[in-house]
Structures are given as C-alpha cells and as structure tokens.
Design a protein around this ligand. Structure first.
Ligand code: HEM
Length: 430
C-alpha cells in the first residue's frame, strides 16, 4: 500500500502547538498529501483538495452536529422534505436573489461604519458580528428580524460553547451541559419563528426574504411542511454572520496594515450613492478593487481553513492509497499559499484579482468557500456583505492597530481562522 508521507516531528502534539506552522511544513516537506497520524491525512495542494471536495461519495462530509433536527413526537420531516427545504433555501441565497437586495444590505453596512466609536481602541469582532447579524437576520426574515435577532445571538452563544476546545470528546448521545444549552436555544428560536411562519401563511403575505422563498409553493413539491422550514433555519441563521465576522476581522486588520490599499477602497466607496438604500448590484459590481481586496484577504486567511471528510472506501488520492474510515483534512490555507497557483503567495496583493484593465481576473485556485456539492451556500451573500462593509468603513475612517511590538490579537485556528481579541482604532478621514 502506497501511503502518504509522514512529517518528521509531526503528529498531534506538534499539531496542537501550532497548526498553521505544521500545515505549512507538511505541504513544503511532503507535497500534495501527507500523514498527520495513522489514518489522518492532510490534502495540502489545490489538486487533491479539489479532488476530495468534488468526490463527495468517496469522501463524506459529516452532517453538521451543531444544530441537528429537533426530536419531535410526530411530524419530523422526511429526508425528501429536507432536500426540498434545502432547494428552497438555495433559491433565496443564489447570486441573483442577493443582487436584488443590495439596497437593504448597504444601509446596515453603512450604519456599522457610522457607529464606530472613533479615537479609541475598540475590540472589533463583537461589534462586527452584531452588525453582520443584523444584516444576515434581516436578509432571512426582513421585518421579522428584530423579533428573531436576540434568539440568533443566543444560538451563536450556544455554538461557541459547543465548539470550545475540550479535553474530552463525549459520545454524541450524552446530553452534556453544552448540548442541553444548544437544544434549549434551538427550541427557543424555533418557538419564536413558528408563529411568524403561521402568520405569513395565513395572511398570504409570504415575504420577499429567504423565509418567504421557503414558504412559497413550488411546482415541483408543492408546499413545504412547517417542520421542514423550521428545522433548516437555526444553522443558516448563525451561518449568515459567524464565518463572515471572522472574515471581517481579517479584512479590517488589512485596511489598518495597508493604508494605500485602504485609500483605494475609500476612493471607490466615494462613488456610492449618498443614500445607501439606493445602492444597487451595479454599484456593488463597480467596487472592483474592494472586492479584489476581500478576495485577497480570504485567500491569505481563509476563515474555514481546514475542512474535514471521511473516506467511505479504500481509494486513491494524488497517487496514494487512502483506507476506508480515514480522516482527510482539506487545507485551503496551504493550497492558497502554493507558489504554483499564486505568484509570491505570501504577499498581500489585491491587484492579482484584477486584469490590466481593472476587470475581475481569476488567479488560480480559490477554496475559501469550498467547492463541489458542499460548497458554501452563502458565498454571494457573504461577498456582498463584506464588500459593502469594507467600502463603508474605508470611506469613513483610517484604521490603525494599537501601538506596541506585539499584535493586539491572537490567531485562533481551532474552529476556523480568527483574529481573537483584535483591537483597532478608527480616525475620521479628513
Ligand atoms: C466569508 C464568509 C464565509 C465563508 C468563508 C464560508 C465558507 C464556507 C466553506 C469553506 C464551506 C464548505 C464546507 C465544507 O466543504 O466542509 C461552507 C459551507 C456552507 N456555508 Fe459558508 N461561508 C461563509 C459565509 C456563509 C454564509 C453567509 C452562509 C449563509 C447564508 C453560509 C452557509 C453555508 C452552508 C449552509 C454551508 C454548508 C453547505 C453544505 O454542506 O452543503 N456560509 N461555507
């Protein structure tokens, strides 16, 4: 059997000390695929990463354990109904649907910038998370968002408690305090959402938001059962702001560290309508450099830098044999820093996303939103939110990091790549 090479001085001990450094060393010393521990492999470069993500039958993605369907005495949705709910949700998240709602996203992005307390160091991730939750929850539930926002914040908290590193991995059936807290918050969210669903259905005013899209009858499957609508929404609600806020932390840090790039974003943003509610998808498309900057930050610091799969059968990957039951970790972080894919891969260079005429270019592999059957459902929404938030912030402020030799944040790698504790200072642009 031709196993992937093992890294000298690798293994879980080195992994838990510095995951990013070990991932890079693995890619540099071993190449495409390497072995972290027996039965645990890392796909480190573009080809094998894409291969694993596309071969969803051979490399299975476990269903998200964060918000599993609630147990019910009766009426649990069937697998088919869940698939229909997924299709309905996708209709509400596709690029065309997002493009039609830029005028709702932009005012909230502008408000985030307007409300930034200037002249002091501010811990920015909680603030940006709140702003993105307002945008995301509004995108899903429009005028019902204020009712659901507090429940969404509690769902986020439940998620944080669940994914916190722990010395013990409890079997899934044990009702640990974290899991009980999660279930309580999920039930509370669902109980708040249920009357909204019923009111919209009985009034016939289904809404022009994602929930409305899920309530609309389809020629393919008719009406979705209420429980199928309710089950799918806690996870999506948190997804609208959890990963995006990690991304926003990195983006704002880059605005602070690269003032010339920030000036260029500000110049583009100056051309946006004075009333943000008048922003359209055409305005968003005109923010080419801003979008390039967002892409470049996501390339260098993919918030979901490691994706997990399990091999369902003995199979081949990049010429190596992978046994059934093995874990394969797909690493967009190292794939994005491969010089064969991106020249000077460690350099922050938003221009690589633009051709000579300043139009969008595609420079090599980009896996920040995944690829294949499980690729990110919210990529269009995330890009719209992040581009507008970046533009409005740079339009208003010069950002800076607190002075001092050490960075004012920690790079967390456990559940995604994040700038934990990031403090920034905003000074109004004159
Ligand atoms: C910068 C922001 C975001 C990043 C970097 C991101 C990244 C990703 C990645 C890498 C995956 C693939 C996971 C895998 O293959 O294991 C994924 C899946 C997913 N994302 Fe996102 N995401 C972002 C924003 C969003 C938003 C705003 C939403 C919701 C509206 C969302 C909803 C989802 C869902 C539902 C999946 C699961 C798809 C499936 O398993 O079929 N994401 N995301």
């Amino acid at each position: 059997m031709n196993e992937p090479p093992q890294l000298s001085d690798g293994g879980f001990a080195a992994w838990s000390r510095d995951r990013l450094a070990l991932a890079r060393r693995g890619a540099d010393e071993c190449g495409d695929v390497w072995q972290l521990e027996p039965g645990v492999y890392v796909a480190a470069t573009a080809g094998p990463c894409e291969d694993v993500l596309h071969r969803a039958q051979d490399f299975l993605k476990a269903p998200s354990p964060l918000f599993p369907p609630l147990k019910r005495s009766s009426g649990a949705p069937t697998l088919e109904e869940r698939a229909h709910a997924h299709a309905a949700r996708m209709r509400g998240l596709r690029a065309h649907a997002v493009a039609g709602r830029i005028g709702e996203i932009a005012p909230r992005a502008a408000r985030f910038a307007d409300q930034w307390p200037t002249g002091q160091d501010v811990e920015i991730l909680p603030q940006v998370r709140h702003a993105l939750a307002e945008i995301g929850v509004h995108y899903l539930f429009s005028e019902d968002a204020p009712t659901l926002l507090p429940f969404a914040a509690q769902l986020f908290l439940a998620r944080e408690v669940l994914v916190r590193p722990s010395r013990w991995v409890w079997p899934g059936w044990i009702p640990t305090p974290a899991r009980r807290f999660r279930t309580r918050q999920q039930v509370a969210f669902t109980n708040a959402l249920r009357p909204i669903v019923r009111r919209r259905r009985s009034s016939g005013r289904l809404g022009d938001d994602l929930l409305g899209e899920m309530l609309r009858p389809s020629s393919h499957y008719g009406l979705l059962p209420e429980e199928a609508v309710l089950d799918t929404l806690p996870g999506i609600t948190v997804a609208t702001f959890e990963t995006p806020s990690r991304a926003a932390g990195w983006i704002l840090l880059h605005l602070a560290r690269y003032p010339r790039a920030a000036d260029r974003v500000a110049a583009e943003a100056a051309l946006l309508p004075a009333d943000p509610a008048e922003t359209t998808s055409t305005h968003l498309d005109s923010l080419r450099y801003t979008r390039a900057l967002v892409n470049e930050v996501l390339r260098l610091h993919p918030p979901s830098w490691l994706l997990t799969r399990r091999a369902t059968r003995r199979t081949q990957l990049a010429g190596y044999t992978i046994d059934a039951g093995s874990t394969v970790l797909v690493c967009p972080y190292t794939a994005h820093r491969d010089a064969r894919e991106h020249s000077e891969p460690d350099r922050f260079q938003p221009e690589r996303w633009l051709d000579d005429a300043g139009s969008p270019a595609k420079p090599g592999v980009f896996l920040s939103f995944g690829t294949g059957p499980h690729a990110c459902e919210g990529a269009a929404l995330a890009m719209a939110m992040l581009t507008l938030l970046t533009a409005h912030t740079a339009r208003c402020y010069d950002l800076s990091e607190p002075p001092g030799p050490e960075p004012g944040f920690q790079v967390a790698t456990f559940e995604g790549l994040a700038t934990v504790g990031l403090h920034l200072r905003a000074t109004s642009r004159s």
